[in-house]
Write a protein that binds this ligand. Structure first.
Ligand code: SAH
Length: 349
């Protein structure tokens, strides 16, 4: 008898591994597809939900596998409708994911790692250090939970997914890709790739890899400065991933995918708001076709970083727009519950 702790998580199996399991146990191969659909398409959480399997087959599965579930430890709702989930993983660690309602869209913002290794000076998650990568099912389950909340609380479907929660998605590449494959698969959530955005600090070699892998989702790069010295001082990753490397990788990305990139830029007073910075940003925007999101700064409780004035932000936007770069100012959501960009840090945990 295998105890629950030793049993393998059924969701770690590929479809082929599941087929092999059934064949090895004298069952029909097509059972694997049925089980796979229950797990990924119908989000079953218990073998007894798999009603098209015989009792004996369900018993066979129960003897050999378990479901490693994550559960929502705490749910907070912001005055603006944003919902933040503290998601407890099977080993007790906690990550956060956020539902952001808009007039016509509902966006899920999901985490890819517990903590983060990148140490961006303006981000609360950086203070947690990286504990571990999330698995495919831990990423997938955050999406399923938010999809269900979208229906429950808003009566509307989930329309967009952004990998802008905790962690650096491109440093957990294979699991992020595995989760996106399941999210977009017909046997999974059948979600459109073009409604998914992966946001990265800009790891050049991984951007090239994504281009080679011919991915179909959107790419966002947290730029925040287009001058090396400034960028290195606020984002240490820039020391090993210079802006030139990033630009080269982005040219490669565009040549392969023909997809625009979105740059995220928070304008901070005295840090990246000078005319030189604006000119450098404009120049960087010529590297490949792009859009710019000027993100509102969410304070993380120290005063090194202060958002630039509305006038400075507006004039940067006008400069970019005059030069043909689509630019949006992204207002924060969920600030009152620390659910906004850069604020995810398990305060509740
Ligand atoms: N590691 C990935 C995804 C997580 S951060 C990345 O760096 O893109 C998601 C976005 O929030 C990034 O653009 C990040 O730079 C931004 N961000 C981080 N801290 C922030 C803060 N305090 N206020 C506003 N945006 C912040």
């Amino acid at each position: 008898m295998i105890t629950t702790a030793e049993k393998q998580d059924i969701r770690k199996l590929s479809l082929d591994e599941m087929k092999a399991f059934f064949v090895a146990h004298g069952e029909k191969e097509y059972r694997a597809k049925q089980v796979y659909e229950w797990i990924w398409m119908k989000a079953a959480r218990d073998f007894d939900q798999m009603t098209n399997l015989s009792l004996a087959t369900r018993e066979l599965l129960k003897e050999n596998f378990s479901f490693r579930l994550l559960h929502i430890d705490r749910m907070q709702r912001s005055a603006d409708g944003t919902i933040k989930n503290a998601v407890k993983l099977h080993d007790g660690l906690v990550v956060e994911s956020v539902l952001i309602p808009h007039e016509r869209r509902i966006t899920a913002c999901v985490s890819s790692q517990v903590g983060c290794s990148l140490d961006c000076k303006f981000c609360a998650t950086a203070r947690l250090k990286r504990m571990r990568n999330l698995s495919v099912d831990e990423i997938y389950d955050q999406v399923v939970a938010i999809r269900d909340q979208a229906q429950l609380f808003f009566g509307r479907p989930l329309t967009n997914i952004v990998f802008m929660g905790m962690g650096e998605p491109l440093l957990n590449y294979s699991n992020v890709i595995g989760a996106i494959e399941k999210i977009t698969s017909q046997n999974g959530l059948n979600f459109a790739s073009r409604r998914i955005t992966v946001s990265t600090v800009g790891i050049a070699r991984m951007i090239r890899k994504m281009a080679d892998d011919d991915v179909k989702f959107n790419l966002a790069v947290s730029l925040h400065a287009a001058l090396n010295d400034t960028r290195s001082s606020i984002m240490p990753i820039n020391e090993s991933n210079r802006l030139q490397d990033l630009a080269d990788a982005l040219r490669y990305w565009y040549s392969r995918t023909k997809r625009k990139v979105t740059y995220e830029y928070v304008v901070w007073e005295g840090i990246n708001d000078s005319p030189e910075h604006a000119a450098a940003l404009l120049k960087f925007c010529k590297v490949i076709p792009c859009k710019v999101n000027l993100i509102e700064y969410n304070t993380i409780g120290d005063d090194t970083f202060r958002q630039a004035s509305e006038e400075v932000i507006q004039s940067l936007m006008q400069l970019l727009e005059r030069n043909g770069i689509t630019t949006r100012i992204r207002r924060s959501r969920g600030k009152d519950i620390d659910a906004a960009c850069g604020q995810l840090a398990n305060k509740s945990g």
